[in-house]
Each structure stands twice: as structure tokens, then as C-alpha cells.
Design a protein around this ligand. Sequence first.
Ligand SMILES: *Cc1c(COP(=O)(O)O)cnc(C)c1O
Length: 379
Amino acid sequence: MGTAHTTMSTISQLDISGQQAEIWDDAQAFIERAAASGAFVGGAEVLSFEEEYAAYCEAAHAVGVGSGTAALHLGMLAMGIGPGDEVIVPSNTFFADVEAIVACGATPVIVDIGEHDLNIDPASVAGAITPRTRAVIAVHLYGRAADLEGLRAVIGTRAIAIVEDACQAHGARLAGRRVGGLGTFAAFSFYPSKNLGGWGEGGMVTTDDADLAEAVASLRAHGERTRYLHERIGLNERLDAIQAGVLRLKLRRLDDWNRRRQAIAARYREGLAGCEAILPAESDPGDAHVYHHFILRVAERDRFRELLSADGIGTGLHYPLPLHMQPSLVHLGLAPGDLPVAQRLSGEIVSLPMYPHLSHGDVDRVCESVRRHAVGIER
Ligand SMILES: *Cc1c(COP(=O)(O)O)cnc(C)c1O
């Protein structure tokens, strides 16, 4: 290899061109048909996708919405969450969870994450429960299911709902069951970079609760069930037909693409064996981790990223600033040391290239570069 890397192609952290190529011809034909039909919002394509997605998630109902953020927001509105209520959320997640809570008029309560899985820490949740707690958002971050059993144990017999944020976990399993039907409702995002991503914005609420599904269906369309009869104050958060059609084409390939992600993760683990730096720890056999991201922990992160970048390898940060340190949330009054695990890991985690069409040769190249530089990697 030697210095040959200067002439090598770049390996991005994310590249969806392989997915594009697989569906291109079918998508083009579909979009022409859809455009000719004039059915752009809702309609048969959305209904078919909702049916197929509910079946895929082993949930009774699926309701298409405008984004993953809208799915979280409308699902909690449908539960009646509002002013005076508290919703518990892990500090290491995308900001949308907080936005959805605040959009309902409720108060976010931010808790720490577990060192071994980087997901919400049930022990930290136990210390945050008050008589006002209405729900806990279990974020299945990076494609690995959160510890719902641990959460149920700390919730006990209290009337506190578990909401799944499955925006990074399409197809993941926990103890053999798909995420999406394990809590009161689940929120999925179809943002283009997700494991199941459209050609624009989109999202889905999945649930076993028929009343909740009906409320979300009404809330996404101005609170109407009958045209111009507004039973609720809703929003305009519908899924469009073009997205539904593209997502149907991709859903047929999702299991294959997730298996490819798992094979890439296995190759990373092998190629980086001996580094203590791989997170999260491997999950139980019944828990299918679908690797939205593959995470390493490094002490000298900026230097590490520069060295990989010089080798033509892109990396990402998910996420560099924990929720409790966001400028818009200073009024919650949390100090860095209040959530020590999230605080420390937010400065150490780095996301390696991960997408289904990443070649095994490129995975080996990444491993070789990581091992050669290994700046601050624990061994
Ligand atoms: C992407 C994402 C969201 C928000 O989804 P959008 O479709 O972008 O609104 C929420 N939570 C997590 C964990 C995400 O990764």
C-alpha cells in the first residue's frame, strides 16, 4: 500500500448512490405514472405503503406523516401530552426529540446514557421520574434497540408510556421482535440518509392502538376526518405520494440492505479486533442491530479525523453536543457534570463510513487506516 493512498478514491461516511442505482429504473417509471395521475398527497400509494410498513414492523397500524419530527410530535399530541407534563429523553440523540416535546407544550427532562450501549440509561430515568412524568422516549440510536426491559422495570406500575424513537432503527429487533410495536407508539423518519430513506422528507407513526392511529391520521390533516369538519386543531403533516412510492420500492430491499450493514459491522469488528474502542458493545443474538452508524471512541478525536481524512476517509459526529448543553436549553439549568456519561462520550465518539453498498475492500481500507493512526484509541 505505502503512499498509494493519495491516488485512491475517497470513502465518504455516507453514500446513497448504490441505493439510487438499485431502484432507479423502477422509481423513474413510478414517478412518471404518479405525475400523470395527479395524486400527489395521500391516496392509494400512501395507503399501500402504510399497510406494508405496519406489516413490516409487526404493528397493527401505520400512519404516514411529513417527517420523523412530525411523527414524534403528532404521536405525543394524540396521547394528550401537553402543558404541565414531563417527558424523559436521553441526552445523546438528535435534537428533534426535544422539539417534539416542546411543540406539545410539555417539558423535556434530559437523562444520561449507558456506557455500554450509548442509549437511554434506565437507572438515570429512575432518578428523573416525578408525578408529572407522562412518557419516556426510548431512542434506538445508531440502529440498536434501547433497553426497554430495563425501562419497564423502573417504570413499574406507574402510568408512564414508552415512546420509541425508531428514526435510526428501521428493521431492528429486540428479543426477536421488530421495533415499532414495542411501546405506545413509534416514530420513524424517512429522511434520505436513514436506513429507509425517501427522495425528500417523510415519516411514520406505528402503533397497536387503533384510537391513537386514528387521532394521528386526523392531526396530520388539519384535524379533519370529514372534509371541512375540524374535530381537532391539527397540522399539515401529510406524507406525499411520490415519497410513499419511492419508499415502497426501497422497503422491499430493506432487509437485504440491513444484512449488508451487519456484514460490514462484523468486518469492522474483525478488522479492528483488539481495539477497546468499538461502541456500542455487541448486542444479544435476538437483538438485530441495523447499524445506522458504526461508532468508535477515540481520545484525540480531531487529530484522528484529520488523519483519516488525509487517507481519503470521511467520518461523522453523532452527536458532538449533548442535549443538556444545547444553547436553546440552558433554562433547564443542567451543568456538564450532571450527565457525565453523555458529556464525556460526546467528546469521544466518531462515526466511521457505513452504508449498505460500502465494499468490503473499502472497509478493509478504513480498518487499515484506523489501526495505522490509532490516535488515542484504547487498546
Ligand atoms: C432523523 C431523526 C429524527 C428526526 O427525523 P426527521 O425526519 O429529520 O424529522 C428524530 N430522531 C432521531 C434519532 C433521528 O435520527
